[in-house]
Each structure stands twice: as C-alpha cells, then as structure tokens.
Design a protein around this ligand. Structure first.
Ligand SMILES: NC(=O)c1ccc[n+]([C@@H]2O[C@H](COP(=O)([O-])OP(=O)(O)OC[C@H]3O[C@@H](n4cnc5c(N)ncnc54)[C@H](OP(=O)(O)O)[C@@H]3O)[C@@H](O)[C@H]2O)c1
Length: 235
C-alpha cells in the first residue's frame, strides 16, 4: 500500500521503518522538507536528525504534509505533535478527504503554569488539554468531517506499537476507537501485520478521551517500572 506518515518524531519514525520493512511505499510528511532534511542537531528529546534516520531507510520519500497525504492510497498516520495537530491537519483537509486517518497523539501542553506540579525526569509533566469533556481525536474528526478518524496506538510506546512481541511475547492489548467500522477494520489489519493479536474495539471516537487521559497513568507506570511494558485487559 501507499501509506502516508505525517511527522518526523520518534513515533512517526517507528511506523516509517516498520511499514517499509513490511513492503509498503511510505510517504513522509513534514512542514518544510528542505528545513527538516537540513537539521543537524538532535531535538529536545535527543532524537537524531531526520536525515540520519533516513540514511538507513532507502526509498522513503519526504514531502510536505499535504503532498504526503495526497500520495497515500487510503491510509494516513498522523504523528504530528498533539498540541498542533488540529491546525496542521485542518490545513490539508482536501488531501485527507475520503481517507482513514490514524491519530495517536496526546494533546500535551508543555511548560505550563500549574498549582501542583508533577516533577518528572524531563521537567514538569505536561498537562493534557483538551481533557475529560473532549479529546484531540474528536477535535480532529470535527475539523475533518470528510475523513475517517481512528484513535489507536496512543496507549503504547513507539517501540512496542510496531513490535508487540518485544513485551510479554506480545500478550497485551491494543485499543481502537472511531465512528467508521471499515476504517477501524483497516487499522486492525495494519495492527495484525505489526504482530498484534489482542485488539479491542472500544467503540465510538468519544473513547479517545480515556485513551488520551491514560497518558498520565502510562507515565506513572513507566516511572515505577523504569522500563518498557504493555497493558493487558484480562477478561
Ligand atoms: N512517541 C511515542 O511513543 C508516542 C506514543 C504515544 C503518543 N505519542 C504522542 O504522539 C504525538 C507525536 O509524537 P512523536 O514523538 O512522534 O513526535 P513529536 O516530537 O511530538 O512531534 C513531532 C512532529 O510534530 C510536528 N510539529 C511540531 N510543531 C508543529 C507545528 N507548530 N505545526 C505543525 N506540525 C508541528 C513536527 O513537524 P516537522 O516534521 O515539520 O518538524 C514533527 O513532525 C505526540 O502528541 C505524542 O505525545 C507519542
């Protein structure tokens, strides 16, 4: 398939590499391809410059967000930072029309003022906004009524999303939520090709709220364990 991955961060790179390994034609989207490929410094998370990553990924094409989405034949993965995703995706609504868009972002707001800060190894824990009464997944769907939005991946780390067997032999749970049954099936098929076997359809996109709010629990477990993990729904 021709699959677009919008984004050049750590999560996007995990999908780019795995999709290429599975034989898909991957079209990467970034704000300004020239600027992205000219970067020589690691980002704030210490991620290596994108051109160094690409050196190990022959055949991957880098476009603007809009051109990458247009090049996909039906499936687009958004790895755009959660705080900027609605604005960036709204600008390419025409190129996303009729396609399935997987949103895995957490709408984190960094460097915010807070009465009761949660100290983390990288500074104060970002806050989640929107939260509780709305979600990023729903905001994206409202902004893109011609696109089938599916929330997925967000409850796992980038390494385990694309290689679930790395944890507990793969015996853990991945969630999907969205309004379109066919789109969720497309995402489920992709997840199976990544190696997932326990994929739980939570139902409508309003369930994005819980998936996004879980981010704080995910961080808390990660701090407690000090290593990679998955979550399993036992039933
Ligand atoms: N990494 C994970 O394991 C993981 C897991 C679950 C959820 N998430 C969530 O998924 C999202 C993406 O995570 P990530 O680590 O892959 O990448 P990230 O570093 O959070 O975001 C990088 C991407 O966001 C784009 N971006 C940044 N500011 C922008 C702006 N003002 N306008 C448009 N685009 C902008 C960048 O564009 P350029 O390419 O032009 O620089 C880049 O492609 C985050 O919300 C994160 O919390 C990540």
């Amino acid at each position: 398939m021709k699959i677009a991955v919008l984004g050049t961060g750590g999560g996007a790179r995990a999908h780019i590499a795995r999709l290429a390994e599975l034989g898909h034609q991957v079209h990467v989207g970034t704000r300004d391809p020239q600027a992205t490929l000219a970067r020589t410094e690691p980002d704030m998370m210490g991620t290596e410059p994108f051109k160094d990553f690409l050196a190990d990924q022959p055949g991957i094409e880098v476009h603007t967000f809009g051109d990458a989405a247009a090049a996909s034949d039906g499936l687009v993965i958004s790895g755009i930072d959660g705080h900027n995703a609605v604005r960036a995706l709204s600008a390419i609504a025409d190129q996303l029309a009729g396609k399935t868009l997987i949103d895995y972002a957490v709408p984190y707001v960094y460097q915010h003022e807070t009465e009761n800060p949660w100290p983390t190894p990288w500074g104060t824990m970002p806050k989640i906004d929107p939260c509780d009464t709305d979600s990023l997944g729903e905001q994206i769907q409202r902004a893109l009524p011609r696109t089938k939005v599916v929330k997925a991946f967000v409850t796992q780390e980038q390494t385990t999303v694309v290689a679930p067997q790395a944890i507990g032999g793969g015996d853990h749970t991945m969630f999907v939520a969205g309004e379109d049954t066919g789109a969720k099936q497309q995402v489920t098929d992709l997840l199976k090709s990544y190696g997932w076997s326990d994929i739980l359809d939570l139902g409508p996109l309003v369930c994005s709220r819980g998936m996004e709010m879980y981010a704080h629990m995910h961080s808390a477990i990660g701090f407690g364990l000090g290593g990679h993990f998955g979550i399993k729904v036992v039933r």
